[in-house]
Design a protein around this ligand. Sequence first.
Ligand SMILES: *Cc1c(COP(=O)(O)O)cnc(C)c1O
Length: 357
Amino acid sequence: MAKVHNFSAGPSILPREVLEKAASAVLDFDNLKLSLLEISHRSKNFEAVMERARSLVKELMQLPDGYSVLFLQGGASLQFVMVAQNLLRERGKAAYIDTGTWASNAIKEAKIFGQVEVVASSKADNYRYIPKGYTIPADADYFHCTSNNTIYGTQIKEFPTSPIPMVCDMSSDIFSRRIDFSKFSLIYAGAQKNMGPAGTTLVVVKDEILGKTGRAIPAMMDYRTHISKDSMYNTPPVFAVYVSMLTMEWLVSNGGLEWIENINRQKAELMYAEIDRNPLFYGTVAPEDRSWMNACFLLKDPALEPEFDKMWKEAGISGLRGHRSVGGYRASMYNALPLESVQVLVEVMKEFERIKG
Ligand SMILES: *Cc1c(COP(=O)(O)O)cnc(C)c1O
């Protein structure tokens, strides 16, 4: 079978060894002669999976005491709602930075629960950059940002600081680099971009920020419910949690965030160097805000697209098309994508220049 170079933006590539272990657990989990998918989530075997997944998150993030780790459902999109519902006080105010489609969806949901101050936005410039130098109001209940803007290909390199609780949607760059995670009071990430399959969302929350809104919160929407039941208030997404656990084990056993950050930097440098060098292409975002995860670029002559598409597809490359809302190309280089796949793409771009130049 010819190798496929999977640049999909999400759900996206997972390490081969993780897929193999997951496939075998679907048939026979822990030598139980039963599938992972057909045992009780309250069995001691699955409870051990949940416990291990939680502790791997704490290990990778080097979290101090006082945080809870949850594996929920509903995707990152449900967190747009839960964050506001659990943190935005009755008659309170929240501060958001608008850096793309996902950030603006989060803003829209928060407005249902209270006042939202958008402290900065790059919307007028097609989200080409990350706004900087804005002021976070000290009287807001929390500040929300998106670490990596999957669709536009920008990434926050230096996070702002503020005494108010900091909330971050890390869906598309979770565990891709070293960060001071303890700077944040709440972090969430849909698993399907960089840590596992679709179906679960990681939430890391500082316990002390909860229970202050003054509103009644339905049990399923209340972080405190899920904390008190160790993410097993209702049936958890067992497969997604298990595969996320395997991916975190893969990360830790290879050297953790320092190891992966190094590889991700190499991939991004190689990719952007070619986008800048090759006269047929150009990058769409401000160089200082370029995402290491999603590199967005365009052909200067869009009429060449069909020919270029044919070439990369023949080279075994998959998933290179930009998001349907922006077009062009997007090379998603998540943790499990090997450097070799970026090398193949760069070779195709060089070859295309040779033919067309
Ligand atoms: C994909 C994505 C989302 C939406 O995730 P769902 O799990 O599909 O709801 C939210 N935020 C970011 C940054 C994303 O990349």
